[in-house]
Design a protein. Structure first.
Length: 379
């Protein structure tokens, strides 16, 4: 079958975080049996031919992509709008990413005109946090004016039970299907014997007293609550100066604030964006992954950490609250004292890498995810 994926950004624009990484993984798995056609924009692309808005680029076997240039960055691509009906006319399924993007709206209207099967993945944008954080009334108007009239034609794709419930709060009578994001376990390795020097050398960290690494991956933005994590870690290392915290990710407006907060602490490091292989070195050789977000609809970095055999410390705002009962992680309330308490608890637990891997194998392997996607949306 022919699947059209419409998104404001796509691989290799990994600066936009988990959704881009997850979509790339899903497309690669689906491409073994189906033809994938991606329609996206130049947003976040380092190298785009702005004069070529009509040709497909085969970026993987059975995955063809059009990167439409935007006349106004992040706001409008005339070429995408001009060609969308032609692009989608012979496709069997239209898979739309996000809801508060002009690309999503244009793809929705074109799909309705063409009477196509429509699946929309909000990627966490239909939630109290996503709507209330900025331009609340405009977003509510957008949802109810542009999407509500067509609910009978839309199937919503939720990546977790949390996201399903969020969507249901706004569109209670709509059809919602849960299909997790996933990982390819072969892409991640599990180090039974941690080599902390690999991390220290990779990131040019000179503190030789470090013998335990907590790492966090994610965009430097408010929702991740790195401010809370840093405050909690500062308290934690008052008694444990041999542990360090490494935070990696693109800056989305918080870097200067966080650097001012860290000041002279020698055990907390902001290291910027890491390439894929660098990220894997960090994950494999860390003792714990930690994420204290105010909201996550999925959190691919949590699953990637578990796929590396690394236990996780996550806030109660992240979907995977059963990591404790599956003996592969700890859960904290999103306040400083609770995070400090869980960091202290981490000294006395001994999670096995096998428990982390089994948690991922049973539900997040891409073969399982792609099979569920096909059964749910293509049958």
């Amino acid at each position: 079958m022919k699947i059209a994926l419409v998104s404001p950004h796509f691989y290799p624009s990994t600066k936009f975080g988990g959704p881009v990484i997850s979509l790339w993984g899903l497309c690669k798995e689906l491409s073994s049996k189906h033809e994938i056609f991606v329609y996206t924009t130049s947003s976040g692309q380092k190298e785009v031919n702005f004069y070529d808005n009509f040709s497909y680029k085969e970026i993987h076997k059975n995955i063809k992509c059009k990167y439409y240039s935007e006349l106004i960055n992040k706001y409008f691509s005339f070429y995408l709008v001009k060609n969308i009906i032609k692009d989608l006319s012979d496709k069997d399924l239209i898979f739309i990413q996000y809801v508060f993007s002009y690309t999503s709206l244009i793809a929705l209207l074109a799909s309705i005109i063409l009477n196509k099967k429509i699946v929309i993945s909000p990627r966490g944008s239909i939630s109290s946090y996503g709507i209330n954080s900025k331009r609340e009334y405009l977003k509510l108007f957008w949802l109810y004016f542009f999407y509500y009239p067509f609910l009978n034609k839309i199937t919503w794709h939720a990546t977790s039970v949390v996201e399903r419930d969020d969507i249901s709060n706004y569109f209670s009578n709509s059809k919602i299907e849960i299909i997790y994001d996933g990982v390819n376990l072969k892409d991640f390795g599990c180090e039974k014997n941690k080599n902390l020097n690999m991390i220290l050398d990779l990131l040019s960290i000179k503190n030789q007293k470090i013998n335990k690494v907590f790492c966090s991956l994610g965009r430097l933005e408010k929702v991740k609550r790195y401010d809370l994590l840093i405050q909690a870690f500062e308290r934690f290392i008052e008694k444990d100066k041999t542990s360090c915290l490494i935070i990696a990710g693109y800056d989305f407006g918080q870097k200067k604030i966080l650097l001012d907060q860290i000041k002279s602490f020698n055990n907390i490091f902001l290291v910027g964006h890491l390439e894929e292989e660098e990220k894997k070195i960090l994950l494999r050789n860390s003792n714990f992954f930690i994420l204290t977000s105010d909201y996550e609809s999925f959190s691919i970095s949590t699953i990637e950490s578990l796929a590396s055999g690394v236990p996780v410390i996550i806030s109660k705002n992240i979907p995977w609250q059963d990591v404790e009962e599956n003996e592969c992680g700890l859960v904290a309330k999103n306040d400083i004292s609770s995070i400090v308490s869980v960091l202290e608890r981490s000294k006395f637990v001994n999670f096995k890498p096998e428990s982390c891997l089994n948690y991922v194998k049973s539900r997040f392997d891409w073969k399982i995810i792609a099979n569920n996607f096909c059964k749910t949306f293509l049958s």
